[in-house]
Design a binder for this molecule. Sequence first.
Ligand SMILES: Nc1ncnc2c1ncn2[C@@H]1O[C@H](COP(=O)(O)OP(=O)(O)OP(=O)(O)O)[C@@H](O)[C@H]1O
Ligand SMILES: [Mg+2]
Length: 338
Amino acid sequence: MTESITAENRGESVRLSDVSRRFGNLLAVDNVSLDIPAGSFFSLLGPSGCGKSTTLRIISGFEFPDGGQVFIGDEDVTRLDARRRPTVMVFQNYALFPHMSVKENVEYGLKVRKMKARDRENRVKESLDRVDMGEFLNTPVTSLSGGQQQRIALARAVAIEPDVILFDEPLSNLDVALRQQTRIELKALQRRLGLTSVYVTHDQEEALALSDQIAVMRNGKIIQVGPPKQLYNEPESAFVASFLGGSNILTNPKDALLFTGLTINESQAVAIRSEHVQVVESGGVEGEVLSRQFLGMITEIELMVQGTKLVVKTTNNVPDTSHLSVKIVASQIVKNDL
Ligand SMILES: Nc1ncnc2c1ncn2[C@@H]1O[C@H](COP(=O)(O)OP(=O)(O)OP(=O)(O)O)[C@@H](O)[C@H]1O
Ligand SMILES: [Mg+2]
């Protein structure tokens, strides 16, 4: 009988419990606990060097933690070799074998798993069809474009029917238009296959667009976890408010009171989304325009308002004057962790 990819292959859940990884003096992953539901799309988002790839490699088994446990489904896989885990990695540089054809690349993992030739052939075809690359079966991978190579990498990953697919910045080598297109396709494929996906990125827009849940990381620690809208609308800390979506952060209680009427203590800050600073004709506070960037749909303006710098993002046509009046329409108190 032919083995085939089941349409509703719900992935397995992934759980990290107090996981740490040290490199010399550096605590690259610092006591990380995560609960990633089966079949969900989960992103690790954070600045360069915060420990995202190391966390992903610990899930894959390419790296072992110094402390803590990793579970896939109910199984404790903490000490299990990468080859024995139901996970597969998709990399930024695709990691395709350049001397092999498309078919041979996709087939490789199936051969390693000792699948019979006939079954392999069917599985390769199915996997390529899933990413709309069926017609490229015998093409050398080196003659494909970056976007096409990424699809082949994806086909190779899903061919082995993993429970969990791990992505390390898989779209960062593509140009902007192709990134957006590929990310829509990636999400659709993930939904169709029901695979648990853990996705590493430092691109907040990508994380917001793709994820069921995002974990924001900083210095090896998880700072906040939640669905995209919740993280965006209810950031708990100044770091999350500014890293995700960009916010003006006021740490001086006097400024906070002046601009927003909110009272904060030393461990708190006020976050004001750039789009919540509105340019008004009258009834606002006046500021001096420091810079102005026309970005197409929005214009980003830096203003000095009574000694405080505020960034304004507006979709309106704003007069080209040296001073503008602004009004703050929403703000919130967050933890000051800057
Ligand atoms: N094998 C290693 N040996 C020593 N240090 C390492 C090793 N791997 C990672 N690190 C360090 O651990 C920290 C976290 O690295 P990691 O690759 O997980 O970050 P990242 O969040 O994926 O960053 P980026 O967005 O730049 O890819 C970094 O300071 C990095 O230099
Ligand atoms: Mg990385």
